[in-house]
Ligand binder design. Sequence first.
Ligand SMILES: *[C@@H]1O[C@H](CO)[C@@H](O)[C@H](O)[C@H]1NC(C)=O
Ligand SMILES: *[C@@H]1O[C@H](CO)[C@@H](O)[C@H](O)[C@H]1NC(C)=O
Length: 213
Amino acid sequence: MDFKLWELLRHCVLVYMILELQWRPVVSAPEEHKSCSDLLSTISLSKLLHHEAKDLLKHYITFHGPRSNSSTEDVPDSTVSGVNVSEKLQDVYVKNELFRLHVLKVVQHHSEIFLNKEPVVGPLSRVKDRLLYHSIKVKHLLAGFFPDVPLPSKPALPRLTAGHTYAKKEYGWLVLVRLRDWEEHVLQLLEEMKNMCGQQRLKRLLHTFNSLL
Ligand SMILES: *[C@@H]1O[C@H](CO)[C@@H](O)[C@H](O)[C@H]1NC(C)=O
Ligand SMILES: *[C@@H]1O[C@H](CO)[C@@H](O)[C@H](O)[C@H]1NC(C)=O
């Protein structure tokens, strides 16, 4: 091919790539695209859950008074651990289930001892449902971004010692505070994962570029 024509072609392809990157949010590869839209909807859900967890804690404090920070129950900490995104996402999946089990326990205490009283029962029940939905979304993300990584098995609820009413109140505080803080870390991870969608798009475009020349 004539050198000038060749250069012109390269130039056109480059312009095409830049336009594609800037103007088209969606480029072929349906599975990858689906994972990225799953990611965005999971971020929305996580933000909602974070907001609801904060709201619930506020109502819990209104009902039970300020926290004393003395519960010794085995409640998961609020970190997201792992060396890479796939490990972190697996950790989120397992902790999601643990938090859900603990929140179910708090729901049970609230109905047995505190007779489902407002203002706690409404927000508590919303957070309980949201956690279930959140875990399904995280499962989809794991399957979409890391199809080769097996889904971790679901944990069992650790043994609880909380016996008397006050200890159960304390336990509820601990669960809700940790849940709120954990959700913040989950959101950070999901925001980081947005880069993976950018990279996937760039990789596809480079592939297009190479195959055109
Ligand atoms: C419990 O800890 C939180 C922060 O971790 C603090 O804001 C709160 O004042 C503490 N409550 C008591 C009663 O010490
Ligand atoms: C994440 O790190 C673990 C442990 O080093 C490794 O086995 C796994 O393959 C890594 N996953 C990805 C997707 O890089």
